[in-house]
Design a protein around this ligand. Sequence first.
Ligand code: UFG
Length: 339
Amino acid sequence: MSILVTGGAGYIGSHTVIELIEAGYDVLIADNFYNSSPKVIDRLQQITGKSVQFCLCDVCDEKQVDNLFSRHKDIDCVIHFAAYKAVGESVEKPLEYYSNNIGGAMCILRAMKKHGVKNFVFSSSATVYGQPEKIPCDESCPAGSATNPYGWTKVMQEQILRDICAADKEMNVAILRYFNPIGAHPSGLIGEDPNGIPNNLLPYVAQAAIGKFDSVRVFGDDYPTADGTGVRDYIHVVDLAKGHVAAVRKLYTNCGIVTYNLGTGKGYSVFQVIEAFEKACGKKLKRSILPRRAGDIAENYADPSKAKAELGWQAQYDINDMCRDAWNWQSKNPNGYKE
Ligand code: UFG
């Protein structure tokens, strides 16, 4: 029995592959390296000491996906990471986002139906809560709004999965709503490698720390939070990866459709993150206070107690661990996977 990991060479996918292999699962990665590098596969082999099965595949290509399932009859679960994820880009390119994110998931789900595969883990996001009704935000908070096409692809796919599970009682689906994954594998061999100027806070801070930027941009210091900057629930990517292993175990109990927040339950402000990173890298970072970024909310952090109760999963790493591992990755790989 093996687990197909689409987008398994990507940031969260690659960390999840390690945790799955270490938990004893057979894994097959499908990726087209749209936003990742073939080097990841070598590094995964280096970290795990095992040969990692890989298939070059575009999840939007029906024939390629069907071939993959035909050749690998042992697949009995899919973890679907392969998707576009940049909020700003999705506003510029809505058609590409809906086609790729929804089209890719539909293609995989059709192949699963044809080949009788019944277990699916979906990468959703805290973005589905929009402006959350309450904070900390639990899974009962209304989750049907978004402020950008990327977010809408997550909202829509969640609904599609609920409809599929209502029609097929043998399907098991885990919808995982990620908060803000940061950090890197402690080996420093894999980590986040965004294209161009990073959109997210942590990669921007890490690149400022190696001298690629003069200062860290702070989008707004006039929010109604303790220090005026935005507050988020940052979670170590290794903890997030372990959450996927716990979700797979849950699927194998024939649980039907389940939804979990994956976060730590703690919120940190932009200033607190910068301070933790300064501690990790041993230098002071200049800050540029800019206006608020359109679409940002003041604060959001998870109530992760449902995942703890039902999956037996809980984040272990704190913000200092996250920054230490992010710095270890960034300083060892100043240009990410590029030469
Ligand atoms: N921020 C800065 N400077 C930057 C980048 C971000 O001050 O250079 C601030 C933002 O204003 C926000 C916080 O840092 O207050 C976190 O911003 P990120 O861009 O790192 O993360 P977001 O919370 O905006 O978005 C992330 C993912 C989305 C996902 C969302 C779910 O990028 O894909 O979490 O809550 F939808």
